[in-house]
Design a protein around this ligand. Sequence first.
Ligand code: GAP
Length: 472
Amino acid sequence: MANLMEKIVSLAKRRGFIFPSSEIYGGFGSCYDFGPLGVEMKNNIKRTWWDEMIKEHNDIVGLDAGILMSPKVWKASGHLTAGFADELVECKKCHRRFRLDEIEENLPSHHSAKGGTGSDGCPECEGELTKPRKFNLMMKTFVGPVEDEAAKTYLRAETCQGIYLNFKNILQTMRLKIPFGVAQIGKAFRNEITPKDFIYRTREFEQMEMQWFCQPKTAPKFFDYWKKERINWYLNLGIKKANLRVKEVSKKELPHYAKRAVDIEYKFPFGSPRFRVEAGWKEIEGIHNRGDWDLSNHAKHSGEDLRYEGPASAPQSGASAGKYFPHIIETSAGADRSLFAFLSDAYQEVKGGRTKTTKAAKEIEVLLKLHKSLAPIKVAILPLVKNKPKLVKKAKEVYQALKPHFMTQYDEIGSIGRRYRRQDEIGTLFCLTVDFDSLEKDDLTVRDRDTMKQERIKIKELISFLKEKLNE
Ligand code: GAP
């Protein structure tokens, strides 16, 4: 669809999903706030992920570790060294900055960005580029009143480090046996050189990470298992198969901690306008085999024994015996990026309108066909007209009765057709209209977002009817 990116950004702003941060001060470099509908949708994504991990799988427990940790953590994890740095090049003429990998990925083969090799380097003005410089992505801060070296630490760049630090605590308190997993959702921060593409690449974002601790020799098997599980999660939540793919990360591109990695990629509605690429496959989640990188490095730097004690004599099943560092399979998803993918995938335009009123027939109707678990509003209550006090009173009674059970909105402004369209545009699953018959028969019409079919339901049966429809 032409200009889908602009349409998503505009809908997100217009309908209260996502606002630019600090807007009254002119915005603040690629930072965004989630509005009333955005926060509902993001919470739905996070809840669905959490339930999937904790309730649908055995042996996964949760954690909520702090954003601030000892700076020693980031030394041990390798994030303060070259491993967690992007290569930056700058145009000597227009002074725009680019990530080297981005330029190399997108430029035709005769271009070469490496080392400022001539006048065709800059994708904007063809100016000469500087030599690549390493730029560490850790976001620095100071703890306490004195801003000196001793007070310096970092905002976490990935949530999983808190899980490794608590490996022993969790093992002991929950009396777990390998294999088991620890799931966590939370904010992470990276001082990205080129934050861009709406909420795709930002400096503050939210991750949903699960670390699966297992015996070293079972790691390849679990890697494949989790890869499938995570692809299915997106498909089950309605992402179109054609817009999802898996990319094996080449040895050269592997993160510093990984022995093997695949990216789950979504076909986003943006490419690189400056590179004239229209739509782009981009990572929404990484599946990583981190081996014993994290536990062994934290053991080395902290002096703690972070090994797991296997059975004294290995049974015939081949379980590892004695003390060893478990290997870790990680699933690392972005809550913001997946929200962006779900929004893009759900966005539809119907030319001529679905409602078939004469006015609508001339326009384009927008439908946000979000999965029922993700839609921010499940039910809208609409009195047929707002100038009949009896209708309004009844509609408000229904609203109050449903509110504790479902995310519900009351709307009486505008024609009923316009209100249906407003609800379709934000993905509301059911519109309930209170009309004159409702006063006599104590029922109302329930309109289904996707089929637009309407059926009359008795008000006293509404809650169980909707719960059944929503599988609650
Ligand atoms: N613990 C492993 C890890 O952090 P990653 O591939 O660097 O792996 C995992 O990040 C996920 O976090 C990405 O797939 C993406 O969804 C999200 N993410 C990473 N950097 C981001 C950024 N700057 N803005 C938004 N989301 C980001």
